[in-house]
Ligand binder design. Structure first.
Ligand code: HEM
Ligand SMILES: *[C@@H]1O[C@H](CO)[C@@H](O)[C@H](O)[C@H]1NC(C)=O
Ligand SMILES: *[C@@H]1O[C@H](CO)[C@@H](O)[C@H](O)[C@H]1NC(C)=O
Length: 349
């Protein structure tokens, strides 16, 4: 039914745009915005992006809402199995069926962003929960300096049901359990590490409730490779009220290290993928973008989706990496020693 409505909109769209076919295939919407596909004009996606920026992201900031918009896109999409029998994937079920999915232990802390997004989702009205949630992730992530521009495919049908419990990995899980869960959703170990680039713009509220907002790296407002380095540094202390479940010693005051990130950085199946990200902004950006493109259409019939990626904000500037010497679990790749005397605490060798 959603698709029939979309087809009707498409017909309208063709009347409303000028097609500059002579030079490129791009079209100019009646609103003056330029996009690759006329179908992206009529559902008023450009105004929606403006609304997300003002109402959700405090005016295009890379703040907690942007970070959480990325996290919730993962928790929504991963409720899927390539073998069937789980949820609908990237369908917005975590928003639409929030009263069920927010009960799941792994969704701790997601309630804030659901409460933030739900009224905006309702106000916009015409987007399905899946399109809304995954557009918000693309827009919010692009607010972070260094982040790649994530794809946005338009046209997901409304979600049919809540995802079942135990699809979202927990920081207390073993590497085997984590990699098996990713594989069950269709991701190879290298793609799982690529997705964990997200922890470069991340903080924890519920792992240790005494220190909400504790970041996973020293540059949580920047989509850089710093998290891949800092997880390798020698851990020296816990940032809050001692050791919590899913947390291991962190190298820097005010920083939290997840047990899962640390174990993945040390495990022979993933250590080289982890280490290869250090100081390789291009690799991280391209691998993260590719893995996210897959994540954001999990469980969807992509033949029925339209590429409206260019409705979202422009690419922010790249950032350079910096940081002290690291512990190398992967013998094959050399992590360069980047001198920064102010940050030598926690150095291994
Ligand atoms: C092994 C898999 C993963 C585990 C165990 C994991 C675990 C966690 C935990 C425990 C938190 C902190 C929650 C809190 O205390 O508030 C967190 C935050 C976050 N995670 Fe993950 N995560 C995983 C993978 C991912 C992936 C694949 C993405 C996105 C593609 C992602 C994006 C984020 C973001 C952006 C935050 C920060 C949210 C904020 O600052 O508000 N995570 N993750
Ligand atoms: C959860 O979804 C319901 C509709 O099913 C909505 O009324 C409610 O406000 C949502 N909860 C939050 C925290 O936004
Ligand atoms: C800190 O941790 C101890 C146990 O390790 C616990 O008894 C105490 O309630 C915690 N304090 C707070 C404020 O959560």
């Amino acid at each position: 039914m959603a698709f029939a409505r979309l087809s009707a909109l498409l017909v309208l769209a063709l009347g409303a745009v000028q097609i500059n076919a002579a030079i490129t295939k791009r079209v100019t919407c009646a609103s003056g915005h330029v996009t690759a596909n006329a179908a992206c004009c009529v559902p008023a996606l450009f105004p929606v992006v403006d609304k997300l920026q003002s109402d959700l992201f405090d005016g295009a900031e890379c703040g907690e809402e942007a970070h959480s918009a990325l996290r919730i896109s993962f928790h929504d999409a991963i409720g899927f199995s390539i073998h069937g029998g789980k949820g609908g994937g990237a369908d917005g079920s975590i928003l639409a069926f929030n009263s069920t999915e927010l009960q799941f232990h792994a969704n701790g802390g997601i309630d804030d962003i659901v409460a933030g997004q739900f009224p905006v989702f309702k106000e916009i009205g015409f987007l399905t929960a899946g399109d809304f949630l995954h557009l918000a992730a693309a827009v919010g992530t692009a607010n972070c300096p260094g982040a790649p521009r994530l794809e946005f495919k338009f046209g997901r049908p409304p979600p049919k049901a809540a995802a079942p419990d135990l699809t979202v990995p927990e920081p207390t899980d073993t590497v085997t359990a984590i990699l098996e869960r990713f594989a069950d959703a269709g991701f190879a170990p290298e793609e799982a590490i690529a997705l964990l680039s997200s922890h470069t713009i991340a903080a924890a509220d519920v792992v240790d409730v005494t220190i909400p907002g504790t970041p996973f790296d020293s540059t949580a407002g920047t989509f850089d490779t710093q998290v891949f380095l800092e997880v390798l540094l020698k851990g020296t202390a816990f940032p809050g009220n001692g050791s919590q479940a899913g947390e291991v010693l962190s190298p820097l005051a005010g920083e939290m290290r997840l047990q899962s990130d640390f174990r993945l950085s040390q495990d022979p199946r993933t250590a080289c993928f982890w280490q290869a990200m250090v100081n390789d902004q291009e690799r991280m950006m391209s691998q993260f973008k590719a893995a996210m493109a897959k994540l954001q259409v999990l469980g969807q019939d992509t033949r029925k989706l339209i590429d409206c990626s260019d409705v979202r904000n422009a690419e922010p500037v790249n950032t350079k990496h910096r940081g002290p010497r690291s512990k190398q679990a992967c013998a094959g790749i050399d992590v360069p020693y980047l001198k920064d005397p102010s940050r030598q605490k926690g150095v291994v060798e």
